[in-house]
Design a protein around this ligand. Sequence first.
Ligand SMILES: NC(=O)c1ccc[n+]([C@@H]2O[C@H](COP(=O)([O-])OP(=O)(O)OC[C@H]3O[C@@H](n4cnc5c(N)ncnc54)[C@H](OP(=O)(O)O)[C@@H]3O)[C@@H](O)[C@H]2O)c1
Length: 252
Amino acid sequence: MTTSPPQRLAIVTGVTAGIGLAIARALHADGFALYGVARNADKLAALDLPLHGSEVRDLSVESDVSACLAELDLAGVREAVLVNNAGSLDPIGRFDTIDLAGTRATMLLNGLAPIFVGQTFYRAVLAAPGCTGRIVQITSGAAHRPVAGWTSYCASKAAMWLGTQVMAEEMDQARCQVMALSPGVVETAMQAQIRAESEASMPGVGWFREIAAEGKLASPEVPARYLATLLAGERDGGQTFPHGESVDLFAG
Ligand SMILES: NC(=O)c1ccc[n+]([C@@H]2O[C@H](COP(=O)([O-])OP(=O)(O)OC[C@H]3O[C@@H](n4cnc5c(N)ncnc54)[C@H](OP(=O)(O)O)[C@@H]3O)[C@@H](O)[C@H]2O)c1
C-alpha cells in the first residue's frame, strides 16, 4: 500500500460477484476502505468500487492461498476486517461420480483458504500495534448437515467450520476475533447453478427451484446489511461480536 493507511479496512475475497460484492458495497458505504481479492483480474478492474488495495488470487491453488495477504501491512489501521467469502459448489454429483481433483480444489477454496488466509491476516493484525481484527467466514447450513450431491461442498464447509472453532479458541481475543456467517439462501450465480442441476446429480434440486419460483430467495444485501450493522453496533458498544459462533441468517 502506498497511500496513507485508512482507519478501517475491509478485505473481501470473492469481491467480484454475489454476496462478496454486496458486502464490499455495504462496508464501503459504512466508511471502510476496501481491499479486494479476486481470481479474475478483468472483473476486479471493472468493479465500480474504489479499492485501497487488491490481489488477484485463485484460492483453489495452494501457492495463491499461501501468497494471499502475505504483503498486507496494517500499520496505522485501527479496525481490520477479513471476509472469507470466495466459494464454490463444484463438483456437484453423487459421491461415486465426482472427481478427486475438483474436490481437492474445493477443499482448498472453501475449507482451507479461510483458515490460512485467516492465519496470514491474524499475523498482520498482531504485527500492527493498535489494530484489532475481525474475521468473518462465510459458511453454509451444508457445514452442519448432509445434502445429497454436495459431498465436496459439505465436507469443505464442515472442515472450515471446525477449523474456525479451533482458531477461535486459540487466538488472542483482545486483538482478533472470528465468526462464521451462513448467509441464507441468496439469489446469486451459485443459486442459478444449483437450479440448473439435474435430479440425478442433486436429488433435492426441486426445493431450490420452488423457493426461487415463490420469490423466497434473499437478496445479497441481506447478509451484507447484517454484517455492516453488526460491525457498526460493535463500534458503538451496542453489540458484541459473536466470537466462535456460527450465525445462520436462513429465514425459512
Ligand atoms: N448463494 C447462497 O445461497 C449461499 C448460501 C450459503 C452460503 N453461500 C456462500 O456464500 C459465498 C459467496 O457465494 P455467492 O452465492 O455469492 O456465489 P457467487 O455469486 O458464485 O460468487 C462467488 C465468488 O467467489 C469467487 N470465487 C470462486 N472461486 C474462486 C477461486 N477459486 N478463487 C477466488 N475466488 C473465487 C467468484 O469469483 P468469479 O466472479 O471470478 O466467479 C465470486 O466472486 C460462498 O462461500 C458460498 O458458499 C452462498
